[in-house]
Ligand binder design. Sequence first.
Ligand code: PMT
Length: 397
Amino acid sequence: MPTLLLGVSGGIAAYKSADLTSLLRKRGWEVRVVMTPAATQFVTPLTLQTLSRQKVHLDPFDLPADSGVAHIDLVKGLDLAAVVPATANLMAKVAHGIADDLLTTTLLALRCPLILAPAMNSAMWEHPATQANLRLLESHGVSLIPPASGELACGDIGIGKLADVEEIANRIEALHQKRLHANRLHGRRVLITAGGTREPLDPVRYLGNRSSGKMGHALAAAAAMRGAEVTLITTASLPVPPGVGAVPVATAQEMLEAVQKHLPGADLLVMAAAVADYRPARVASQKIKKSDEALTIALEPTPDILATLRPLRRPDQLIVGFAAETDSLIPHAQRKLERKGLDFIVANDVSRPGIGFESDENAVTVLGNDGVVANWEVASKQAIAERLLDLFADRLP
Ligand code: PMT
């Protein structure tokens, strides 16, 4: 059972900590509640004690049964800590290491990640001191769940409402999952391709496609977060995720050479790039001049990168392709899986609005040699990348 230290500080939103405690208990968490004295004015310790099914902690001088030290005992065995709501005063104290009650003393002794969900009046939230404290907290690695806008308890309209309780519970669980998976690919080498290739026609023009590289870059970030050594062969000018080594390329031929160079050391290759199937048979050395005549451009096939790897790959390597289809998604993807000799293919329907090329979201079906392995409806490319990397991590020998 994962264990959360739930700090409650003294603002009107403190009553929502009761809902959060109840929701997290239902989702299988042990919730250890520590309240500031001011918080007890807004919600009773008895409420939180009943919902958390354990003693609520308030007093730094309340002696533990076994001669321990209260705030040190409280942090033992924790997976995460969260303060909901976090007042401006609580944030200021945590930012500056002030420990003058049981909650702030306990937070100073934490060895696990801390999440703060602030709630306060807009003027307090926007005050330069609060904003400076926020930046300081983030620089200390504290995660923040920003407040929402709406009508505040004082009647003002503006930013400062506590974020939705369900969203807070989801963020707590997501951070926990991220930590659990942090080292799943430690010691593994992962090769990812991203973006659309550009096949030159002349010195200023190229044949390209709509791939932005977002899917491939999200996969590289997810692999790096899981501790892998990641090489990202990319045509995109997106930021390179932290900890990832990038190899910039432009054409299918350059991508082929880079993949062939890096494949021998890799445990996993994921080809998310949209590689051109054809390129101009001849590249003009000067800019092609405009004329009134129709222009015909002869195209020749590019090398099929995945197919060329078939005889080169080791049996202990996992090779994954993507299939971008506009019709008959599964049959077409299935044929590509077989023809290219892949372990998995990730099929996405690029004719659906809002997913696939360029968008921030995707929806995919993963096929293996025994059929459909997973089917994930619309989610952010980050979320899809995380699930894919977990799936591949499980299948690596
Ligand atoms: O980059 P985004 O904007 O985020 O969009 C993501 C995406 C839609 C590009 C991505 O999710 C995706 O589907 N990538 C694969 C696109 C593609 O080229 O699919 P394909 O069905 O044409 O090719 C099948 C597989 O063979 C792919 O893994 C491709 O990289 C590979 N291939 C294709 C041609 C070629 N000459 N050599 C190859 O290895």
